[in-house]
Ligand binder design. Structure first.
Ligand code: NAD
Length: 244
């Protein structure tokens, strides 16, 4: 039995994890932690922690996991460069799965986005559009960032130099190299992502729409069962799904 602790269990994703856990044979809940609880007091009882709290907490959680030699599944998004650097350092000591999206469908979208960008080439304008519920804290979504990073990687450019986050005012014509990234917020949308490849006379759109958080929760639980058997390092969902 692999024993897990869910950090952030009272949240939307935490509740989906608690709900989906019984369907995963071989996984057992060793503890549930939320704001105000002490993860350090219970971490000894688990093999892996699944963190869906907040980007601001993840470094602290990773540090505790490294100290106690526990595997970690990171679901939080919105990490700063400093937080990302710290997490990567800690992954030298323990295995982690860290992905902006745990759904099989979105990981297929990642693959298709790379393929389409390679096939369509540099003449197509690239835009990523995402929509999430009104309570989401970070923008753009981690998944939209991952999609834009894939596009930048194929084009061999740096995303921070080419990303265009929204447009307002007399912005002039679109520059050929830019990668548009746009965030829409409203209602209870679980997560929609569209990658647009637009050229004169034609347009390709790749879209994914999540209608239940269970798809992310089941992916994260599958990742927890997998990560405890890995050597230290950072892995993504493609590795968990055996696509690498
Ligand atoms: N990777 C994915 O597939 C995926 C999917 C959905 C959401 N997310 C990300 O997961 C995170 C959580 O999303 P959500 O919609 O469940 O948010 P939420 O606000 O509903 O839940 C977050 C929970 O974490 C708790 N929390 C805050 N600080 C804490 C701390 N210091 N220690 C322990 N618990 C703490 C909150 O009290 C809350 O219960 C976000 O970063 C979101 O972007 C990732």
């Amino acid at each position: 039995m692999t024993k897990i602790i869910i950090n952030g269990y009272k949240g939307r994703m935490g509740q989906a994890l608690v709900h989906c856990l019984p369907q995963h044979q071989g996984l057992e809940l060793a503890g549930r932690v939320d704001a105000g609880d002490d993860l350090a007091a219970v971490i000894g009882s688990c093999d892996a922690v699944i963190d869906f709290s907040s980007h601001a907490t993840t470094v602290q959680v990773a540090s505790l996991c490294a100290q106690h030699q526990k595997a970690l599944v990171i679901g939080t998004t919105g990490q700063s460069d400093t937080e990302t650097f710290e997490i990567r350092k800690l992954a030298k000591a323990i295995p982690m799965v860290w992905t902006s999206n745990f759904s099989t469908g979105v990981n297929t979208l990642f693959w298709l986005t790379r393929k389409a960008a390679e096939i369509l080439g540099p003449d197509f304008d690239l835009e990523v559009v995402e929509m999430h519920h009104r309570l989401k804290q970070d923008a753009p979504s981690g998944t939209a960032k991952s999609l834009a990073e894939i596009l930048a990687d194929v084009r061999k450019v740096r995303l921070n130099e080419t990303a265009r986050h929204g447009r307002a005012g007399i912005v002039g014509a679109r520059t050929p190299g830019e990668i548009g990234v746009h965030s829409i917020r409203g209602g209870d949308v679980v997560g929609d992502h569209t990658v647009i490849f637009a050229n004169t006379g034609e347009r390709v759109e790749l879209a994914h729409k999540a209608s239940s958080r269970d798809t992310f929760a089941n992916g994260a639980l599958r990742a927890a069962a997998w990560v405890v058997r890995q050597p230290p390092g950072i892995y993504d969902m493609q590795a968990v799904l055996g696509l690498k």
